[in-house]
Design a protein around this ligand. Structure first.
Ligand SMILES: *Cc1c(COP(=O)(O)O)cnc(C)c1O
Length: 235
């Protein structure tokens, strides 16, 4: 980092920036960043919501929790058991998904990679879904090879089969690559089953470590009143 960045971060280190009343600047910046990202990822204009996080790791914890709570609400409404939530994703998933699963008691249903296929197999993923599936995670740029998983194929298979299962896209690295290098690729909120996306800000240099985001397509995909995003956070 250059000396201006060094001077800036050093001068602001003692500030308790999470106190938005004393330091409104960061939350204004955050709101603008969320609006920019939601637009970049083609969220419907009126209703998106999100927050900055400590990297994609925290973003994924929040997204997994939101999926679980939404599923619990739905199961309760249908008078069904809520004790065995599962999440479908490929074995190439980053380790923070294992953390999320362990912290929140979610079973991970892994679609194993093979030497020839280092990403998810959409058909296999759909086969692992049952009524206890809280969502499918697709990775836009796996940590190991950078390959994109086929989010559109998963979305379209769910649609064809009339399955109401949400997709979360782990776009930790690809979220800042695909929109610029491959703007026609269908992977984001243009796909109707994609309800949330995480992205890391600190994987590209020119920034200090510790910034990520999670964006939801709409407020209705967050459990009612259980997340502490004040209205200042809503873009
Ligand atoms: C790096 C990475 C994460 C974790 O992101 P951090 O910003 O380092 O917390 C999650 N998912 C994928 C696919 C990653 O590559």
């Amino acid at each position: 980092m250059d000396s201006n960045a060094q001077a800036l971060i050093t001068s602001t280190l003692p500030k308790n920036y999470i106190n938005h009343e004393s330091y409104p600047g960061p939350s204004t910046l955050q709101t603008r960043c969320i609006a920019i990202l939601a637009h970049l990822f083609h969220a419907p204009v009126s209703n998106f919501i999100g927050t900055s996080t400590v990297g994609s790791s925290e973003a994924i914890l929040l997204a997994a929790l939101a999926l679980k709570k939404r599923w619990i609400a739905r199961q309760k409404a249908l008078d069904r058991d809520c004790s065995k939530p599962n999440l479908v994703l490929s074995s190439a998933a980053q380790v923070c998904w294992k953390k999320a699963a362990r912290y929140f008691d979610i079973e991970l249903r892994l679609v194993d990679c093979t030497p020839e296929r280092r990403v998810i197999d959409p058909h296999h993923a759909i086969k692992l879904v049952d009524r206890d599936t809280i969502g499918i995670c697709a990775i836009l740029g796996t940590t190991y090879t950078g390959e994109y998983e086929d989010v559109a194929a998963i979305n379209d298979l769910l649609g064809q089969r009339g399955m109401d299962v949400p997709i979360h896209v782990d776009a930790a690295s690809g979220g800042f690559v695909a929109p610029f290098l491959d703007p026609g690729l269908r992977w984001d909120f243009r796909l109707d089953k994609v309800i949330s996306i995480n992205v890391s800000g600190h994987k590209y240099g020119l920034v200090y470590a510790g910034i990520g985001w999670v964006i939801w397509r709409g407020e209705e995909f967050l459990p009612d009143g259980e997340f502490f995003f004040s209205s200042a956070f809503m873009a």
